[in-house]
Design a binder for this molecule. Structure first.
Ligand code: ARG
Length: 277
């Protein structure tokens, strides 16, 4: 008798535990205190998860303020990365969905699995390799220095000159940011949310130069009078797609697609649509 009672009690407790621990939605449904706000949050989070999980949708994270790789044309994100990604998705038999976010949040989103991959003119670096896995490279990038036309800075070496203390503008979380913070110290580096904001700060005299990737640099200089790109370069790098660590299945498919798109000239023709010469 006694044993049966204990068994029943244990079973009842187990069932209760299973009920409570079967997900946010149930937990919140019981939680009458927080209602609306919680429900709203859950809906957003669940929708994003559902999208990343949905069989036929491949979700890419980017930061769409980086022409010609990704930028807005009206409401649509276009550019070299957007087009290559669409071709990769096509090869995988999937539909591409692009999510725009802070550049700094991309690797986190990939790590958490709220997106399938990150593609944002993103350089393969040792630090990032600790957080995500990278595909084979699909493009090369060069970190360049933008200055005002009459700037005393005429080459990279001027930044390292004895007694020099120039203010450098960068996009937060980029290689331009980490390299120049290492080289010139955090006090001399100002981080902006986008490269464009860094360039506007340069035009407005808040910083003495901007260190950024070559192609966006050209676009920004073309759009802002009185600026130029120095001929000496700051760093050479390789752009690649990042996926969650250990997601070899997706990585192999992406690598195979990049290889095919390189070999059949698709990537070259996309690049030449956006980059002249
Ligand atoms: N290549 C640089 C990096 O990986 C800058 C990339 C910035 N990309 C962007 N979409 N805002 O750090």
């Amino acid at each position: 008798m006694k044993f049966t009672k204990i068994l029943a009690l244990v079973l009842a407790m187990l069932m209760l535990f299973a009920l409570v621990s079967c997900g946010d939605t149930n937990a919140d449904a019981k939680d009458t205190d927080n209602k609306a706000a919680d429900t709203a949050n859950d809906t957003v989070a669940d929708t994003a998860d559902d999208v990343a999980d949905a069989d036929n949708v491949l979700v890419m994270a980017t930061n769409a303020f980086f022409p010609p790789y990704e930028f807005y044309e009206g409401e649509t994100i276009v550019g070299i990365d957007a087009e290559i990604a669409a071709k990769i998705a096509e090869k995988l038999g999937m539909t591409l969905k692009i999510e725009d976010m802070e550049f700094n949040s991309i690797t986190t989103a990939v790590q958490e699995g709220s997106v399938d991959f990150g593609m944002a003119g993103m350089t393969i670096t040792e630090d990032r390799l600790l957080e995500v896995d990278f595909s084979i490279s699909y493009a090369n990038g060069v970190q360049v220095i933008i200055v005002k036309e009459d700037s005393p800075i005429t080459c990279v070496d001027d930044l390292y000159a004895e007694g020099a203390s120039y203010k450098v503008g960068v996009q937060l979380g980029t290689t331009g940011d980490t390299y120049s913070t290492d080289d010139f110290g955090a006090d001399n580096v100002t981080q902006y949310a986008t490269g464009n904001e860094a360039v506007l700060a340069l035009a407005g005299g808040d910083v003495d130069c901007v260190i950024i990737d070559n192609e966006p640099a050209k676009a920004y200089v073309a759009a802002n009078a009185g600026l130029k790109i120095l001929e000496t370069t700051y760093a050479d790098e390789d752009y690649a797609i990042c996926v969650q660590k250990g997601n070899t299945e997706l990585l192999q498919k992406i690598d195979a697609a990049i290889l095919e798109l390189t070999e059949d000239g698709t990537i070259d023709s996309i690049v030449s649509q956006y980059i002249g010469e």
